[in-house]
Structure formats: C-alpha cells, structure tokens
Design a binder for this molecule. Structure first.
Ligand code: ZN
Length: 342
C-alpha cells in the first residue's frame, strides 16, 4: 500500500510499502481518511529522534487519524463496516499491571503509532483493536475526528488538574496543545482561562475561543492575573510550552494551594523552582498522553461544548504530504493544525 515513509532524517517519500496485517477476532480494518500532523511527527522528520526514541529504519509517520471501517473481526460488536471512526493510536498490553491499574497509557510495552519502531497511520489502511477505535457522532467530521488525539491530551491535563466549577486557569503556550488544553479547561468548568504566548497571531486565534490572550512580550502576566483574581492567583497553571523560562516561572501566577500541570516537553532537562512551589504548597502533576479520554472528547465535540474546527488551518492531499511536512516544519504563525486527507 502507499504510505508516507520517513526514510531517514529530513528525507520523506511516498512509497509502496509492504505491511501485512490480518484482522484478528477483536480487530477492525480502517480506510484512513484524515491524519493530523503532530509536533512529534515534524520532530522525527527534522531530527530523527525524540529522547530515547530513535528512527533506525524507515517508518511511516502519523498518529492522529480518522477513517472508515472496511472489515471487522468475528468478536467485534461495537463497530460495523461503513462506520466513520477515529483511532486511539496507543495499544497497550491488556494484561499488564499498568492496564489493570487503569493507566494503560503508562504501560512500558505500549505500541504507539509513529513512535519507532512502530509504523504510523499515513497509509491507505490500518488494522487496529476495535476497543481503541471510536465511532464518530454524525455531526463530527473526519477532520475533527483526527483532532480527537491532541484534544485528548488537553482533557487528560484538565482531569489531572481536578478542575472545580469556577476555577481560573493560566495556560502557558498557545500552540495546538495549549489551545486544546484551554478549551478542555473551559469545558471542564473553568470560568476564565488566560493563555500566553509571544506570537500575536496565535493569541488572536485564542481570543476567538473566549480565552484571555496575553502576549508576554508586551504585557505582564502577573499584573493581569492579579487584576482578574484580586491578587490571589489562579487555581491552575497548565504549562503547555515546554519552554525553559515558562517552566521556571510556572508557580508565579498560582494561588496558594493551587495546581500546576506540566504538559510541554522541554527538549532537555530544565530547572524547576521547588521553593516557589513549596511556598504555595503547590500540587504538581504531569501527563503522558491520555487514558479513557476519547469518548469524552467525542461527547464534548458532538454536544458543541468544544469546537476544534477552526484549529484546522491547512489541508493537504496525500499526494502533497511531503509538502505538508515541509510546511508544518516552518509554518506561518497563523497556522495551528495541518491535516492530510488521504
Ligand atoms: Zn499528536
């Protein structure tokens, strides 16, 4: 089948690749429709590795997918041929301790699309367990289906923050993940979400979603937080930039007893100000992907509580997917999500 293959660092090709996949009794075969390009795909394309994960042989990219069921295994009852679906890209060992404990995202044996050596989904079809494949509600498009993956990261962060109705939050970083985290925080009950960045066009997009956009090159975050919270501080800080100085200052806008969730992944170890955290008895959380979140994300999309459609700013055809990656590696500041339609 045709696939977008990362041959080696900075070298992509649309190639015919021989992936033999048979549909087991609990599996479905999916014809891929839309794939979102994620920061991690672009990172593998540019650098050939993320931390310990190194691309050593040609790998198909992509892990944010929607499509249509074209075959089902004998045990599958929740899906049928023709169903429009989105796909959770990580497959844990269902007998693992992590899975039994309800945190299958942390199973050390998890196989995750486009994380070497596992092939991703930028190809004609994939075979996947039915239990990690989710039917799209009628009013949710394939494009939105592909965005369930990044949105799930935001919802996992909101869950870890244990948001209470009326909380006020700060999100640092206005990329796709910052944006979906702010959406998840608002949908989870936050009364106000302040989002920061240094790139004004991204902040302009955020302000359309009812977020309070703060350009930290021109405005002082602490002053704005103090104004909104009468000097008390925000209940939750979501660090979604992975930026060294944002991590270091993460506790500054926080109220006493508040929560900080670290979402962004700094490219190297960075400093965390422990005393600033202790001073407020801050609770610190981290996240790694998500678990049991896809149905919630789809429910929020279907109900209209979260609308990710405006985040899809650039669409490419599969034939132009190399161009799509070149663009995603160096996008205009007004771009949020680049998707490829098969
Ligand atoms: Zn992603």
């Amino acid at each position: 089948m045709k696939a977008l293959v990362l041959k080696e660092t900075k070298r992509l090709a649309i190639a015919d690749i021989d992936i033999k996949e048979s549909v087991g009794p609990d599996d479905v075969r999916i014809k891929i429709h839309t794939v979102g390009i994620c920061g991690s795909d672009v990172h593998y394309y540019q650098y050939g590795r993320i931390g310990p994960f190194v691309v050593k042989k040609p790998m198909v990219l992509g892990h944010e997918a929607s499509g249509t069921i074209i075959e089902t295994g004998g045990n599958v009852t929740n899906l049928k041929v023709g169903d429009r679906v989105c796909v959770e890209p990580g497959i844990p060992d269902l007998n693992s301790k992590a899975t039994l404990l309800g945190m299958y995202n942390l199973d050390p044996a998890v196989r995750f699309w486009a994380t070497p050596p596992i092939h991703g989904c930028l190809r004609e079809t994939v075979v996947h367990p039915a239990m990690f494949t989710f039917k799209l509600p009628d009013n949710v498009s394939y494009g939105e289906g592909a965005l369930v993956e990044p949105l799930s990261v935001g919802l996992q962060a909101a869950k870890k923050a244990a948001i209470q109705a009326g909380d006020v939050a700060v999100v640092t970083g206005c990329g796709t993940i910052g944006m979906v985290t702010a959406m998840a925080a608002l949908a989870s009950g936050c009364s106000k979400v302040i989002i920061t960045d240094v790139v004004q066009p991204k902040l302009d997009i955020a302000s359309h979603f009812g977020m309070i956009a703060v350009n930290i090159t021109k405005q002082d975050l602490k002053t704005i937080v103090n104004g909104i919270t009468d000097g008390w501080g925000v209940d939750v800080v979501f660090e979604a930039s992975g930026n060294e100085s944002d991590v270091l200052q993460a506790f500054e806008p926080l109220r006493p007893g508040g929560r900080v969730v670290f979402i962004g992944m700094p490219v190297k170890p960075v400093l965390v100000d422990i005393v600033a955290a202790q001073d407020k008895e801050a609770r610190m959380e981290t996240i790694f992907r998500y678990a049991h979140i896809y149905p919630r994300a789809l429910g929020l999309m279907a109900s209209g509580k979260i609308d990710v459609k405006p985040l899809i700013t650039d669409r490419y055809k599969f034939e132009d997917s190399i161009k799509a990656f070149e663009y995603a590696a160096n996008p205009r500041p007004t771009s949020v999500k680049v998707v490829i339609e098969m």
